[in-house]
Design a protein around this ligand. Structure first.
Ligand code: MGD
Ligand code: MGD
Ligand code: SF4
Ligand code: MO
Length: 682
């Protein structure tokens, strides 16, 4: 039998067609409107992933982290958790219990119920990892024009790809770029690394890693100096244009050019092409996240969109029309309790449903007991022992907890610090609504296509079970997940049943362009806030980089003995972060990690392909084989990402820093750090 659903093996959330034979998943493929398609090895191996013998099929429990886990019943696991939680509440406080969320379970409805659960127990500390993923960037969009825009790539005439590599990370977007390019669209790519897109670009700006903010401001300067901006849009719909003009008058292109490794002429060429081609759109990505200036950098890029009048137009950057799902997170209930993110109030409160995404603050709170001790942690769909910056520090924090409960399909490095693991089911075994399908007017259901394997349960059901065991019935009155989802869908007039009858999705309303003409923007002033009063009032630069460009954009800049710039390796399309390395069919595609190094640096260190090197920073060191490659420029090495799950000696985040952070979003630099390398004997 064929069934339609949404894939959540990575965050791209592709629509899928799945073949189910005798109740078992036999194969699955992406559904795409494009002729030229990009294949995804993960989905082709969905069966091997979900039926892997490594799956956790029953709850696992141990009293001490030195002991072995034993399989127990759900009842025993939940009673153990409930009993411990009561003790922690009594000995400390409800807010001493926190939840940390990785990206895998999705930020739509599964996130809502996790946050609601935490609110119900009386803790404001439900944290996600969005400070290093895209939530920090989303906040910058929101502060500028009210929402994160969606690039209308297919209909665009000029596409800027800024720190994104959709070929490996979001195939439908990559297909749209290829389609538009074949129809004649121009392509500008801003990336320090050679990729599939830099190869087909009209202009490739090979930027110095982490220096995107200065480039964006330089492009704004060219556009203003050469009067290439959209005068009407700026006059009618923006606030702070005059202040922007004044700010850029202090910027010297020659200085920026030297700083960011891009010749002035190239900056001008790209600025002109972007501003003079209509419509243009910008795809911004994770290459800008994990920078200590992600917020202001993204603001500057947003301002580029605004001054060129490319916002909310066909082929430009669309302001989404979100599906009005009911907000059930109950954050008001705990609003009076300071959260662990108390030092980042803008980021803490910028959005009604994103909630808290400063995961680094959680580690601070555990280690320093500020603003109070954190003694118990739920880790849901994440592997923080490998994926958070400065793994050594993170592990010290995890080790010091009185109780760590994981909700996951597999054991991972984080399990080494866990007392209980509750078995979660895969994306094919549960029904939920993903954030990708509520952020705009098209909604599609991720529906269960097979029954949960073993005793695993969906993330939402696990939250319901925990809530019931803790006597939180009044907050979780629903008998089934579907009933709860229907409750959330009420304001839309839709139901799960109806979505199931329309598995390929429903247009809740048709996209409307230029909504600002009648509705304004969803900012306090209803305008595009080039100048942000909210930032000004709290002593942050109201115009990006008004007080200058910080010097130390790359971690460990102050240390003298670390001359090489290290960056995180690409997301290869056979893995999602630390996942799937036990799936032999995927492992065969990329069997071992390596660092990429160009021939000049290789000669300097007398390195040949396959040699082993030690890579060190002031935080720690790891070892990997060398691959000589022209993907990186001289002085830069790229270190494969996600392999820390396989071995500590490959854990990139033993090298990274969690001390220097973006002052608004607390984002540390996981992307870029100074390091040194040494050749090791065979
Ligand atoms: N240095 C450096 N650090 C980085 C990055 C980098 O590029 N460089 N990338 C950053 C980014 S953008 C991100 S998003 C994070 C990712 O960080 P994490 O979210 O911690 O990463 P994953 O390795 O994907 O771990 C996901 C876990 O969820 C489990 N899982 C999968 N599906 C489900 C499900 O449906 N339910 C449940 N309960 N569990 C599930 C998997 O088995 C796995 O253990 O890492 C960040 N860290
Ligand atoms: N296969 C697969 N797909 C995934 C994931 C996965 O792990 N595997 N993870 C999912 C998640 S959670 C995320 S966040 C997305 C991320 O998806 P993307 O945003 O596409 O992330 P990356 O591929 O890590 O990086 C994008 C590009 O940024 C470039 N870059 C690095 N440093 C800089 C810089 O300083 N400036 C600029 N301008 N560019 C830079 C890199 O060279 C790379 O080409 O992918 C999602 N999809
Ligand atoms: S790209 Fe990600 S969401 Fe899309 S099919 Fe592959 S694993 Fe699934
Ligand atoms: Mo991410």
């Amino acid at each position: 039998m064929k069934k339609i659903t949404v894939c959540r093996l990575c965050s791209a959330c592709c629509p899928l067609e799945v073949d189910v034979v005798d109740g078992a998943l036999s194969s699955a493929r992406r559904l795409t409107p494009f002729e030229k398609t990009i294949s995804c090895p993960k989905i082709l191996n969905a069966k091997n992933i979900i039926y892997s013998k490594e799956r956790i099929l029953k709850p696992l429990l141990r009293k001490n982290i030195e002991d072995e886990f034993r399989e127990v019943s759900w009842k025993e696991a939940l009673s153990f958790i409930a009993e411990k939680m009561e003790k922690i509440k009594t000995n400390y406080s409800p807010q001493s219990i926190a939840l940390l969320r990785g990206m895998a379970a999705d930020w739509g409805t599964p996130w809502d119920y996790a946050v609601r659960f935490m609110s119900a127990i009386g803790s404001p500390n439900a944290l996600g990892n969005g400070s290093v993923c895209f939530v920090a960037r989303e906040m910058a969009h929101t502060y500028t024009y009210g929402a994160i825009t969606i690039p209308q790539v297919k209909d665009s005439k000029c596409i800027v790809i800024w720190g994104k590599n959709d070929k490996n990370t979001a195939p439908a977007m990559a297909e749209a770029v290829i389609y538009a390019k074949e129809k004649g669209a121009k392509l500008i790519v801003i990336d320090p690394v050679k990729t599939f897109f830099t190869d087909i670009a009209d202009i490739w700006l090979r930027i110095k890693p982490a220096h995107d903010g200065a480039l964006a401001m330089a492009m704004i300067k060219v556009i203003l100096d050469e009067r290439l901006y959209d005068d009407t849009f700026v006059k009618n719909y923006c606030i702070g244009f005059e202040a922007l003009k004044e700010a850029i008058s202090n910027i010297k292109l020659s200085e920026i050019s030297d700083r960011i490794w891009i010749p002035i002429e190239r900056i001008k060429e790209a600025s002109r092409l972007y501003a003079q081609t209509k419509p243009s759109c910008i795809i911004d990505g994770n290459g800008i996240d994990m920078q200590t200036q992600v917020f202001q950098t993204t603001r500057a890029i947003c301002i580029l969109r605004a001054i060129t009048g490319n916002i909310d137009i066909e082929g430009g950057d669309f302001i989404p029309q979100p599906i009005p799902l009911k907000n059930i997170q109950l954050r008001d209930k705990v609003a009076h309790i300071p959260s662990v993110m108390f030092e980042y109030p803008h980021f803490e409160k910028f959005h009604p449903t994103w909630g808290l995404h400063g995961q680094s603050c959680l580690i601070d709170a555990i280690l320093e007991e500020k603003p109070y001790p954190i003694k118990m942690l739920f880790v849901q769909s994440g592997n923080p022992a490998v994926t958070m910056m400065d793994s050594g520090r993170v592990r010290n924090a995890l080790r010091s907890l009185e109780l760590l409960v994981m909700i996951d399909m597999f054991r991972n490095k984080t399990s080494e610090f866990a007392h209980v693991i509750l078995p979660a089911c895969s994306c094919f075994e549960k029904t939920q609504i993903n954030r990708a399908y509520i952020r705009n007017c098209f909604i599609m259901l991720q529906q269960k296509v097979i029954e949960p394997i073993g005793e695993s349960k969906s993330d939402i059901e696990i939250i319901f079970e925990l809530a019931k065991f803790l006597g939180l019935h009044e907050f979780f009155p629903w008998q089934t997940v579907e009933e709860a989802l229907d409750f959330q869908l009420k304001p839309t007039g839709l139901t799960i049943e109806e979505l199931r009858k329309n598995p390929k999705g429903i247009w809740y309303e048709k996209p409307r362009f230029r909504k600002y003409e009648t509705e304004g923007f969803r900012t306090p002033t209803k305008k595009v806030e080039i100048f942000s009063e909210r930032l000004s009032a709290t002593d942050f630069d109201p115009i990006p980089f008004l007080s200058g460009f910080p010097n130390d954009l790359i971690s460990f800049s102050k240390y003298k003995d670390y001359p090489i710039i290290g960056i995180s390796g690409e997301r290869v399309n056979c893995y999602t972060h630390t996942q799937f390395r036990k799936i032999n069919e995927l492992k065969r595609i990329e069997p071992e990690p390596f660092i990429e190094i160009n021939s000049l640096l290789a000669t300097k260190f007398n390195l040949k392909d396959g040699n082993m090197v030690r890579i060190s920073t002031p935080r720690g060191s790891i070892e990997m084989r060398v691959k000589i490659s022209d993907t990186v420029s001289d002085g830069v090495i790229r270190i494969a990402w996600g392999w820390g799950e396989e071995s500590d000696k490959w854990n990139l985040n033993f090298l990274t820093d969690d001390f220097e952070r973006d002052p608004i979003t607390c984002t540390p630099s996981g992307r870029t750090f100074y390091c040194k390398i040494e050749k090791l004997e065979a």
